[in-house]
Write a protein that binds this ligand. Structure first.
Ligand code: PBG
Length: 327
């Protein structure tokens, strides 16, 4: 054979394969989503997310220590309050669950970068992401509560806030409120391109946040749409978002690539609870090699253009990166 070009030459051994890797990953770009709950001395495994737990504040240090030891430097906090009400008032309560978790983490883990999910659905009795007007969420009334929630997180020690509600105008509302209170230096990571997805199922189990009626399709995006995602990303960038997120990750990597081309801020992707649960379930059956699948999923997210990767496998990935298996 007279073949001048032979792609296999650069696959001949581990050294050359690693030399020509096109995607480089770094532990510093991982964010671990973490559930904190009311109560004392609680560490409860989430049934649909084996290996993931809800922690009471007095035990969250165990998880933060493991992350710190693994070299994961950022977490995103989700709160599970003991009581929920119509207006989700625990979301912005000074002694709310996330606010207390932030003060604890700030004091005991000063190096950890603390991001918070800003949304109402874990806190409302009806499980929707805002204030109801009849059977729908009232966009503009919700903005005020989201801004209040973000401000209370920052006052309790959050380094960054991440609104995930999908109300129109919430990035601007949060930005204005933070600025007015002397927090113009705090970045906003917007869940800008967030689809109405069945992949959130296990999360809603974990947080008890499934909507009591209806679904989230009047605010989260229709999964048939792509240009609409670019519109969302551009609007949020204009409103002052510092980072744009695409969510879920695995089935939406086309959007990561497109958003990356459209915006001038870092792009994050979130490998959500359903992605985690599928890997765990199949691995338990012996149907896939869990570790290799975790590496492949992460590499594909970065290859598509993610600058930041939010994943329940952050600790495992940090280890695989240390071992040189990926990265
Ligand atoms: C809150 C929120 C959700 C997730 C992140 N923030 C749930 C939802 O929108 O229903 C999902 C995360 C996951 O599935 O891992 N709105």
């Amino acid at each position: 054979m007279d073949l001048r070009k032979r792609p296999r030459r650069l696959r001949g051994g581990e050294a050359v394969r690693r030399m020509v890797r096109e995607t480089r990953m770094d532990k510093a770009s991982l964010i671990y989503p973490m559930f904190v709950m009311d109560g004392e001395n609680r560490k409860e495994e989430i049934p649909s997310m084996e290996g993931q737990y809800r922690y009471s504040v007095d035990r969250m240090g165990e998880c933060l220590q493991e992350l710190q030891d693994a070299g994961v430097t950022a977490v995103m906090l989700f709160g599970i309050p003991a009581v929920k009400d119509e207006l989700g008032s625990q979301a912005y309560a000074e002694d709310g669950i996330v606010q207390r978790a932030l003060r604890y983490a700030r004091e005991h883990f000063p190096q950890m970068y603390l991001v918070t999910d800003v949304c109402m659905c874990e806190y409302t009795s009806h499980g929707h992401c805002g204030v109801l007007a009849g059977h729908d969420v009232d966009n503009d009334r919700t903005l005020e509560l989201l801004a209040k929630t973000a401000l209370s997180h920052v006052q309790a020690g959050a380094d960054m806030v991440a609104p995930s509600d999908m109300m129109d105008g919430r990035v601007l509302a949060i930005r204005n409120t933070l600025d007015a209170h002397g927090f113009s230096h705090i970045p906003v990571m917007s869940y800008a391109v967030k689809y109405a997805s069945a992949f959130y199922g296990p999360f809603r189990d974990a947080a008890g946040s499934a909507p009591a009626f209806g679904d989230r399709r009047s605010y989260q995006m229709d999964f048939h749409n792509s240009r609409e995602g670019i519109k969302e990303a551009l609007l949020d960038e204009e409103e002052g978002a510092d980072i744009i997120m695409v969510k879920p990750a695995m089935s939406y990597l086309d959007m990561v690539t497109k958003v990356k081309e459209a915006v001038h801020v870092p792009v994050a992707s979130y490998s959500v609870s359903g992605e985690y649960a599928m890997v765990k379930a199949a691995a338990k059956q012996g149907w896939i090699d869990e570790e290799r699948v975790i590496c492949e999923m992460a590499a594909s997210a970065y290859r598509a253009g993610s600058d930041i990767y939010i994943t329940y496998f952050a600790k495992e990935l940090a280890k695989f990166m240390d071992e040189g298996r990926i990265g």
